[in-house]
Design a protein around this ligand. Structure first.
Ligand code: MG
Length: 385
């Protein structure tokens, strides 16, 4: 059932001949294929480096051991590569999608995105997936002959989660139209699932490390108890291990099961479908789409997510940080809209083409948590401790 390295890719994989070309002509590289190059361009981008200073749940300065969007993206890439490999899909392609999936996020996590979307409500809104596409197709500026990273059409399509783009990103209109008529490729659908697998489990771990969650709270999750008991019975060193090591083992075990479930369920579904080629997959009825958890695992994941929502994301200190983040974004937005000359010149130059609000939104959403703090202090004279 599982494929191994060097074995031919499955017929329905995003193999390299499906790259679809680039928006701006591009020569072939002597030893990297199109998707490997796309992945490399993403890694070398400014937006990618900034992920290291952006919050997922905890504000970036909260502690050195918490996940950032950068480490999260690397975890998603690792899981996506493994699963793609095992299913005979294209691991380089999956990796490019995983590494780029969070590029468009604002500072201060989801609170930041909500605040910015609210400020942009009369100007086309703000949404992180559309912003990721705007970054790779326009905002990154490092080549002489074009703006953006000039990624292949297949990677751009794979990145489009909602089949939509901002109105001002006209250069993507054709790609978006094509994407609108198709299912996502398997690699894209899997990256989406791996994103969820990664954040659910690392939020549990970070939540425990921060002591907002504790093992007593977690006892309300039956999967936690069952895993604990199984390890206790089957691993002779488990009972002697430090509590923090026990926790790591339980979470690793839960995550492995989850990945295994996704892999086997998807692989069984694929076997039943007998797809002849990629086209079959892209055009098949969406309700039979093969990338899925088993019903039991789906329910399990929902329970864990509800638990996190109630016990971590809604926890007062986390909420406080989120509220503070929203306020900062609102203040920055008002200031830059009123005084665009306070933004760097290359942003000001873009106003005629894309409109003031879109440019302000581009500038703010690109900020890291700490840079947003600094800009807030610079503009208001107020210090944030
Ligand atoms: Mg993510």
């Amino acid at each position: 059932m599982y494929h191994h390295r060097n074995e031919q890719m499955a017929a329905y994989a995003m193999s390299i001949e499906h790259h679809g070309g680039r928006l701006h002509g591009d020569e072939v590289h002597p030893y990297r294929d199109f998707f490997q190059r796309d992945r490399d361009r993403i890694i070398h981008s400014k937006a990618f480096r900034r992920l290291g200073y952006k919050t997922q749940v905890f504000i970036n300065s909260a502690g050195d051991n918490y996940r950032t969007r950068l480490t999260h993206s690397l975890e998603v890439a690792q899981i996506s590569r493994s699963i793609s490999q095992a299913l005979g899909l294209n691991p380089d392609f999956a990796e490019a999608l995983a590494l780029s999936h969070d590029l468009g996020h604002t500072p201060f996590g989801h609170a930041g995105q909500e605040a910015l979307n609210n400020m942009m409500k009369d100007h086309g809104g703000f949404e992180h997936n559309r912003q990721s596409l705007r970054i790779v197709s326009f905002l990154e500026s490092r080549y002489l002959d074009f703006r953006g990273l000039n990624l292949t059409r297949s990677v751009l399509k794979g990145m489009m989660k909602h089949k939509s783009i901002y109105k001002c990103d006209r250069n993507l209109a054709d790609v978006c139209l094509e994407r609108g008529k198709e299912n996502p490729c398997l690699e894209a659908a899997l990256v989406d699932m791996c994103d969820r697998i990664a954040y659910v489990h690392h939020d549990l771990e970070d939540g425990l490390d921060s002591r907002i969650l504790n093992t007593e709270n977690l006892a309300e999750l039956s999967i936690w108890n069952q895993t604990w008991e199984r390890l206790y019975k089957n691993q002779k060193n488990f009972s002697k291990a430090r509590k923090s090591v026990k926790i790591r083992n339980i979470i690793r075990e839960m995550m492995n099961e989850c990945i295994h479930d996704l892999l086997t369920t998807t692989s069984d579904n694929l076997e039943k479908l007998q797809l002849k080629n990629l086209e079959d997959l892209l055009k098949m009825p969406a309700e039979n789409y093969p990338v899925k958890f088993s019903p039991e695992m789906k329910q399990q994941m929902n329970l864990i997510q509800n638990f996190l929502y109630n016990n971590l994301y809604r926890y007062s200190e986390v909420m406080q940080m989120s509220r503070r983040g929203s306020k900062i974004i609102e203040t920055l937005f008002d200031e830059f809209r009123s005084y665009p000359q306070l933004m760097p010149v290359h942003y000001q130059d873009q106003i005629d083409q894309d409109g003031l609000e879109r440019v302000v939104s581009d500038y703010i959403s690109g900020m890291t948590d700490r840079f947003a703090f600094q800009e807030y202090s610079r503009l208001t004279g107020l210090q944030i401790s």
